[in-house]
Design a protein around this ligand. Structure first.
Ligand SMILES: Nc1ncnc2c1ncn2[C@@H]1O[C@H](COP(=O)(O)OP(=O)(O)OP(=O)(O)O)[C@@H](O)[C@H]1O
Ligand SMILES: [Mg+2]
Length: 300
């Protein structure tokens, strides 16, 4: 049976909180309803096609990590059981089932908490310029994708438009106060390390990832999505070789395909061929399978 692809939700009786590149978030008062659609973005542009199963895989991966990491700090997760959602949301069950999560609304802290275990992406770019990443000096002679001598916390601020801006820890200290900033750095590194060790034992390198935190009931709480391929760089361990860029676990087929076109990476993005869509869908299912050790049941 082919899976229904959901590109966008329009829940007329609910208040839209935010429509991101991939997720539609609704405001239910003291709670939020996070709906992961099947949208995919590449080079920061949302593509016209959906990827079958993607929204459900992302939802269940976040759920898996919330459970694994809950001993380290509280998180916003309430339930994925649509029957337990507030009544106003339950009528959208057919769209919500498997791809949505009811969470506690918190006061988000305005920091993208990026943690890096490997030198890649904007970190690698910056290192080549001045041998540091977000003000943290690193040894000379490192090559692209090298494992860092120590896990580093490299926050960025959330830009309303365009790319987020990398900032130093000092900058964050001033923005949100040193105690909170220290706690975010400590938590981010602790949860990254636990997830990294777990994933590595299953054959996936988590090169870097981004966490978001909020304040709920006066406590620092893990919010947003966690450790999905959309918020992290996952690399297959077997193909890992420093000194070059690594294949991205999930989006490599899409990137490679788009690079063959004469597209300037600004909207609108071109259509993807079915073969690329199917292969990409398989990669998301594979990520789920490897990380959780379970087959993803497609009819959930
Ligand atoms: N428990 C929560 N309480 C309050 N806000 C939350 C909570 N969980 C997530 N959020 C916020 O909800 C928003 C979700 O938006 P989303 O990530 O889908 O889009 P975006 O960040 O605007 O863009 P992108 O698609 O590039 O990530 C984020 O701003 C996030 O900080
Ligand atoms: Mg986001």
């Amino acid at each position: 049976m082919s899976e229904k692809i959901l590109l966008q939700t329009e829940f007329k009786d609910l208040k839209l909180f935010r429509r991101g590149k991939v997720r539609d978030v609704y405001d239910l008062g003291d709670k939020l309803l996070i709906v992961s659609t099947d949208r995919i973005s590449c080079f920061d542009v949302v593509l016209p096609n959906g990827i079958p199963h993607k929204g459900k895989v992302l939802t269940r991966l976040s759920l898996f990590w919330f459970e694994l990491l809950k001993d380290i700090l509280p998180n916003h997760f309430l339930t994925v059981d649509v029957d337990k959602y507030p009544e106003s949301a339950r009528k959208y069950k057919s769209d919500l089932q498997g791809r949505s999560m009811l969470v506690l609304k918190s006061k988000p802290l305005p920091v993208e908490c990026i943690v890096r275990g490997y030198l890649s992406g904007s970190g690698w770019k910056e290192y080549r310029l001045n041998r540091s990443v977000c003000g943290i000096n690193l040894p000379a002679g490192m090559v692209e994708s090298d494992k860092l001598p120590e896990v580093i916390f490299t926050p960025s601020t959330k830009a309303e438009v365009g790319h987020d801006i990398n900032v130093s820890k000092d900058h964050i200290d001033k923005e949100i106060g040193k105690d909170t900033s220290d706690a975010l750095a400590k938590y981010s590194i602790a949860i990254y390390k636990k997830a990294r060790d777990y994933a590595l034992s299953k054959g996936i390198i988590i090169a870097d990832t981004k966490f978001e935190f909020g304040i709920h009931d006066g406590k620092i709480t893990l919010i947003d999505e966690v450790l999905t391929p959309d918020s992290s760089r996952f690399w297959p361990k077997d193909d890992y070789a420093p000194g070059r860029a690594q294949a991205s676990f999930d989006k490599q087929f899409v990137r490679d395909y788009l690079e063959t076109l004469d597209w300037d990476k600004t909207p609108p993005a071109p259509d993807l061929p079915k073969e690329i869509i199917d292969k990409t869908s398989e990669k998301y299912l594979e990520a789920y399978r490897i990380i959780t050790g379970e087959e993803f049941s497609r009819c959930l």
